[in-house]
Design a protein around this ligand. Structure first.
Ligand SMILES: Nc1ncnc2c1ncn2[C@@H]1O[C@H](COP(=O)(O)OP(=O)(O)OP(=O)(O)O)[C@@H](O)[C@H]1O
Length: 323
């Protein structure tokens, strides 16, 4: 268990982490999300005693990190895959970590095997690809067989097989009852991996909730309809008090989960439907929705926006009148 209580970090006038209070629980994968500059890395660094909080507290299984004896046996972390001595072989890098944390030498070969680096164990880390470096960093995190694992952007540089591997690794570590805390920018990947989400924006806590609740609370669920009898269907739905909006692609959309009712209304009036499908926005859309206010670094593009509808939505509700 990792517990944060009012954790705050200021750099001069800049509040990088602002009064964060949450707990990362064992037995599940907790995803840590936030836009660029939200304060994720600073938070993780404070969890590991690498940065000192301006205020507040963070405890690892009830203790401050710097009071843990042989900390790698309590918490293993991958923060920066490049933070290693490039002149050392993978084996010697891990051996150094093991010896300085009271971990038996036999664990080195075990974790190299777990991450699939046995065949390059004697090669110098500076010749490693980004993906191999990530695997070596993960081996270092696993070395002390800790109850808590923390990964900052672990799938960076991994190929699809590697991404699949780390997803399964994190799930199996959580399945063994360990605490797994992972940050990622890849929302689709997070949606497949995490059970619980902690979302921050501009250093502040925006959400601390299950994945399912997060998507449900922050995204729109609606029914998409396509019909060759558009005007008739609009009349019928309007009569029934159903509010319809037009999507950019020519389909109609009705907020909420009214698919059965719409289908029955269409059937009663013998209106052919080509599509009647309940839709739920993805984690990515839910995340964009929640963090829209707190994005610090915006890209500016002259080209068309890939998320904005091609034409503005037109509402048809109680006040809608056909021309
Ligand atoms: N040593 C530092 N001195 C001054 N400002 C810092 C320092 N470290 C971080 N910051 C600032 O604190 C804020 C949070 O940074 P942090 O790296 O924790 O964000 P992040 O969520 O990890 O971002 P990213 O997703 O881009 O890695 C940023 O505005 C950053 O510029």
């Amino acid at each position: 268990m990792i517990e944060l209580e009012g954790l705050t970090k200021r750099y001069g006038d800049k509040v990088a982490v602002d009064d964060l209070t949450f707990a990362v629980r064992p037995g599940i994968v907790t995803g840590f999300l936030g836009p660029n500059g939200a304060g994720k890395s600073t938070t993780m660094r404070m969890m590991l005693g690498l940065d000192r909080p301006t205020a507040g507290d963070v405890r690892i299984d009830g203790e401050h990190y710097d009071r843990l004896k042989d900390p790698l046996k309590y918490i293993g972390a991958l923060l920066d895959a490049k933070a290693m001595h490039g002149g050392r072989s993978a084996f010697n890098h891990l051996l150094f970590l093991a010896q300085s944390n009271g971990i038996p030498k036999s664990r080195v070969s075990e974790v190299l095997d777990t991450v699939g680096l046995t065949s390059v164990a004697k090669k110098k880390a500076k010749g490693f690809s980004l993906g191999m470096g990530q695997r070596l960093g993960i081996a270092g995190a696993l070395l002390g067989d800790p109850r808590i694992l923390m990964f900052d952007e672990p799938v960076n540089g991994l190929d699809p097989e590697g991404i699949h591997w780390i997803r399964n690794l994190m799930k199996s570590l959580a399945g063994q009852g360990r605490t797994v805390f992972v940050s990622s920018h890849l929302m689709s990947e997070m949606a497949l991996t995490a059970d619980h989400l902690v979302v921050i924006g501009q250093g502040r806590l925006l959400a601390d909730t299950s994945m399912a609740d997060f998507i449900q609370q922050n995204s729109r669920s609606y029914v998409r309809i396509r019909t060759p009898h558009r005007e008739r269907l609009l009349d019928v739905l309007h009569e029934a008090g159903v509010t319809v909006v037009e999507s950019g692609s020519g389909a109609l959309e009705v907020d909420g989960g009214e698919a059965e009712r719409i289908g029955e209304l269409a059937a009663q009036h013998q209106i052919v439907l080509h599509e009647l499908s309940p839709q739920q926005a993805s984690l990515e859309e839910a995340f964009m929705q929640l963090t829209a206010e707190s994005v610090e670094y915006h890209a500016h593009s002259d080209g068309p926006s890939p998320v904005a509808p091609a034409t503005p939505r037109q509402p048809w509700g109680d006040d809608w009148k056909r021309s």
